[in-house]
Design a binder for this molecule. Sequence first.
Ligand SMILES: *Cc1c(COP(=O)(O)O)cnc(C)c1O
Length: 349
Amino acid sequence: MDRQQFQLDSFLRENIKDLKPYSSARDEYNEVSGDMVFLDANENPFQNGVNRYPDPQQYKVKSQLSKLKDISTDNILLGNGSDEVLDLIFRAFCEPNKDAIITLPPTYGMYDVLANINAVRNIKIQLSSDFEPNYDDVLSAANTQAKLLFLCSPNNPTANSFKADTIEKLILNFKGIVIIDEAYIDFSKDESWIRRLKEFPNLIVTQTLSKAYGMAGIRLGVCYASTEIISVLNRIKPPYNVNELTQLKALERLSKPTAISEEIKRILEQRDWLILELKKIEFVDTVYASDANFILVKVDDADTRYTGLIQQGIVVRNRTNQPLCENCLRFTVGTQQENIKLITALTNL
Ligand SMILES: *Cc1c(COP(=O)(O)O)cnc(C)c1O
């Protein structure tokens, strides 16, 4: 949608439009300087590193991200993993038992779980056999109740990025909010859609520190969108949704971007090696192209091969019950040593 047509208010839930957020002690007074005495939040005054509430706006982490991604802090919202960010989006836009979302299976399972939790209908439009969105089917399924369209690109579990021109046409023509889940963008050759946020007022991009940034354990998800959308999500997020330890760890990691890109480089080298080796395995039918840190592979019999790998101490993901993924296993790219073990185990099957 273009700027003139788009009215954010018309997509918001009624109760969210004029919601007054909880005002925390740290929201009301946030000029933290060394010599102030803080007696406003009923905290224990004895210092142990975490006796104070964390910064509800995670200013330092956002500033780091803002520099790394070249985007204003006002276009960033952080959450307890992308899962929380996605849930906030549901709660801002979807009226329970009335509104719907559109997802494109096979894709990330959390969209459906969140739709169920929020009592929102999930209209599923299967990807084409080459794992691309069926543009016409998506738009014809979109009705006035379809508020959100989830595009996972690179997509989990298929590992491909959707064609940029299809994504662009969907953002332009879907009469609702388009969420592009870029959990795997740092492994992709394509550019992030955060570069295009200014053009599309109905676009939200989510990313995470769980994959390329190597911090799944701290739970930090990132949402990039217009200042209008970010300010709505800010009003409904729990005040202290990102804890102090997470903020500290994230800052430490984000201050060493070269260490992160070095790891990404190694993972990509390993991905290329794995793809070559997997193609040599006799019961492997198809090794799908990957733009992520995992590889989808069609084998002769996924259940048997899955169990065979478990018996050799290797756990992979069996995706055989997902649409278009019959007899498919999903392999995460590990360290060189782990990948050699995987190939050896497959050879032994
Ligand atoms: C792993 C993954 C995420 C990450 O979720 P977090 O809650 O940030 O760990 C998001 N989307 C997709 C498609 C994923 O595969």
